[in-house]
Design a protein around this ligand. Structure first.
Ligand code: PXP
Length: 252
């Protein structure tokens, strides 16, 4: 396994799920997630992320193939650790698979994956994905025990959940924000020491991306909801370009 270099450039994965949310609100074909993926690629995204949820509330099975055909960028498929999703992943062979917790009643992915209490099942789940050549990432809260467990089950990547950090920023709670940032910095450092590549995402926007982009071990951010919302006002390409600019500023 290659260790990420400390000064590796910070990649941006654009999550296009919510283009499908808008499409599904009306039915039919518009707006088209594959078109969004192409625009994100043109604007300098480093990857396209989609979350195929069990209830297909946004991305549906046909989108996965359509998006893979629309771009040359690496595809990161977010999915729950279920047999159904495993067979879909193996049939499509995405560059990366990010395993996320999923509950039907949640509005978005709440909290990180429980790895430490589920190591046997997750090891067995990850093995065929590795055999098929996928990079496997686990979406985790910045928690030491979960990161150590991620290493144990054979993940190559951890994606740190920045949702709590984003909520504290939105609430204007500086003390809670700083505590969560400390946890994220410590988790990123531990993960890199264990040989894991570090990604981060959830709830990131122009207003809060800076401190996360400044975590030196983080090599990829996955950002969706804010960018698709911003695209309504400025267009997706401008939104992606501005996010890249903010990320670069944080690394200067
Ligand atoms: N990373 C993971 C693993 C996610 O599940 C999500 C949300 O689907 C994101 C990143 C992107 O979060 P947001 O849409 O809030 O930018």
């Amino acid at each position: 396994m290659t260790l990420p270099s400390p000064d590796a450039p910070l990649r941006l994965g654009v999550n296009i799920d919510h283009v499908a949310t808008v499409r599904n609100a009306r039915g039919g074909a518009d707006p088209d997630p594959a078109r969004a993926a192409r625009l994100a690629q043109q604007a300098g995204a480093d990857g396209i992320t989609l979350h195929l949820r069990e209830d297909r509330r946004h991305i549906v099975d046909a989108d996965l193939r359509a998006v893979m055909d629309a771009v040359t960028l690496p595809i990161n498929l977010e999915m729950a650790a279920t047999e159904e999703m495993l067979s879909i992943a193996l049939a499509h062979n995405p560059h990366a698979v990010c395993i996320v917790p999923e509950r039907r009643e949640e509005r978005t992915t709440e909290g990180g994956l429980e790895v430490a209490a589920d190591t046997q099942r997750l090891s067995a789940f990850i093995a065929p994905l590795h055999a098929a050549g996928a990079r496997v990432s686990l979406f985790l809260a910045p928690d030491e025990a979960q990161i150590e467990a991620a290493r144990q089950v054979g993940a190559q990547v951890v994606e740190l959940h920045t949702g709590s950090y984003a909520e504290h920023v939105a609430a204007g709670d500086d003390a809670a924000r700083d505590d969560e940032l400390r946890r994220l910095f410590a988790a990123a450092s531990l993960a890199q020491d264990l040989g894991l590549e570090v990604h981060a995402g959830h709830g990131l926007s122009f207003a809060n991306v800076g401190p996360i982009a400044a975590i030196p071990e983080v090599v990829e951010l996955n950002i969706g909801h804010f960018l698709i919302g911003e695209a309504i006002f400025t267009g997706l390409e401008a939104a992606v370009r501005e996010m890249r600019r903010q990320m670069a500023l944080a690394r200067m």
